[in-house]
Design a protein around this ligand. Structure first.
Ligand SMILES: *Cc1c(COP(=O)(O)O)cnc(C)c1O
Length: 389
């Protein structure tokens, strides 16, 4: 038979990382010693106190059936308590919270819940590719909101044409930002909420890195803006905060109607997060001030220092990130990001991600993920020093 392939798959933007992925695999198979700054996935194990909780939770029979839709009462209470402690925001744990099978799952399904075919969704660029893909899957029309270094990688809402603001129903934001590592202030979120309110647009702010901050000020939540819950939801993830990427748990908080709509989509697609994993996540979110977490931040700070110092000597522009585990480095003058990444791989066995793959305004930058030890970072810098730009 001829297997059909949907138009919505064909409508996805080209996958620009394919060539680098292929070369990386080939180099590994050829036995080359690759130093991989490509993947945004922690190299450290899940914190031991969370694993210990999971080991107990998995033995309890009440955790074995289909979990309750949207998260157990215990999970909802634990997350509401976390939100109160961390942001001084009181969430209604029944209406304003939903457990997710990782935040990517919720982001991926959100447009199916909120967007009709032909409606506009505002998508930042450079940005996490799932915002655009999920918009396309729902038949929505992505409008590219350009972020630039001059603007601190924060959007200027005044540049959005009136027709776009009128037609848009949803706008994605992501701070702390992947790939640029930019952070947002509460004043920025106030402007975003005001814009959304004026134009009747729901904001979906992706806070996957809110607890992976390396500076002294923990990033705010958009839900701290008075009235934000009228127009905003916020995605959170245990993945990066607790080295739990493989466990698949996150949550969304905020506007109750948007959360109910997403819950209806999910009720028809999945059957929730394994209750034992929810229990382990409660333990994780109850213990954000444990020393393991500050040690993890210290580890990323040391890596960021070592890598950025090295990169600058090699002609890149690189600032240590305030949050996230990414270094968003400006490439040496005269080169595009794809050429730079190809040469890093061919000549130094080092993998970075070309900025162009995150959108046109990502050109001129390479994203390096700091999931590599300081020793290996130093080796990478030594190898890169041999490249003549
Ligand atoms: C890693 C990441 C996510 C996804 O996290 P999960 O909770 O593991 O699905 C979401 N948004 C951004 C920007 C990310 O980098």
């Amino acid at each position: 038979m001829r297997v059909t392939r949907s138009d919505r798959l064909a409508a996805l933007p080209p996958y620009l990382f394919a060539e680098i992925d292929r070369k990386k695999r080939a180099a590994r198979e050829a036995g080359r010693d690759i130093i991989d700054f490509g993947v945004g996935d922690p190299d450290q194990p899940t914190h031991a106190f969370i694993i210990a909780c999971m080991q107990q939770a998995v033995t309890r029979p009440e955790n074995h059936p289909y979990p309750l839709g949207g998260g157990s009462p215990g999970f909802r209470r634990a997350i509401a308590a976390f939100f109160q402690r961390r942001y001084a925001v009181d969430l209604d744990s029944n209406r304003e919270l939903l457990a997710l099978i990782g935040s990517k799952e919720g982001i991926g399904h959100l447009p199916l819940a909120l967007v009709n075919p032909g409606q506009t969704v505002i998508v930042p660029s450079p940005g996490y590719p799932v915002y655009r893909a999920s918009t396309i899957f729902a038949g929505g029309r992505p409008y590219t909101l350009e972020l630039t270094e001059a603007g601190g990688w924060l959007p200027d809402f005044a540049t959005i044409p009136a027709a776009v603001a009128r037609d848009a129903v949803l706008m994605f934001l992501n701070y702390p930002n992947n790939p640029t590592a930019a952070t947002a202030t509460l004043a920025f979120y106030e402007r975003a909420v005001e814009f959304a309110r004026r134009h009747n647009i729901l904001i979906a702010q992706d806070a996957a890195y809110n607890d992976l901050y390396l500076g002294h000020n923990p990033p705010p939540s958009i839900l701290q803006v008075p009235g934000a819950r009228d127009v905003a939801i916020e995605f959170h993830s245990a993945s990066k905060t607790f080295n739990m990427t493989g466990w698949r748990i996150g949550f969304v908080a905020g506007n109750g109607e948007a959360i109910a709509a997403l819950g209806s989509i999910k009720a028809n697609l999945d059957s929730g997060v394994f209750a034992a994993i929810q229990e382990a996540a409660c333990e994780a979110y109850a213990n954000l001030d444990r020393p393991e977490l500050s040690q993890m931040r210290e580890l990323y700070r040391a890596r960021a220092r070592a890598f950025c110092d090295g990169l600058r000597k090699l002609g890149f522009r690189a600032a240590a990130p305030d949050a996230t585990f990414y270094v968003w480095a400006g490439v040496p003058v005269g080169y595009d990001s794809m050429t730079v990444c190809n040469r890093l791989l061919d000549e130094a066995d080092v993998v970075g991600v070309p900025g162009i793959g995150f959108g046109p305004t990502g050109e001129g930058y390479v994203r390096f993920a700091l999931n590599v030890s300081v020793d290996r970072i130093q080796t990478a810098i030594e190898r890169m020093a041999a490249i003549r730009w």
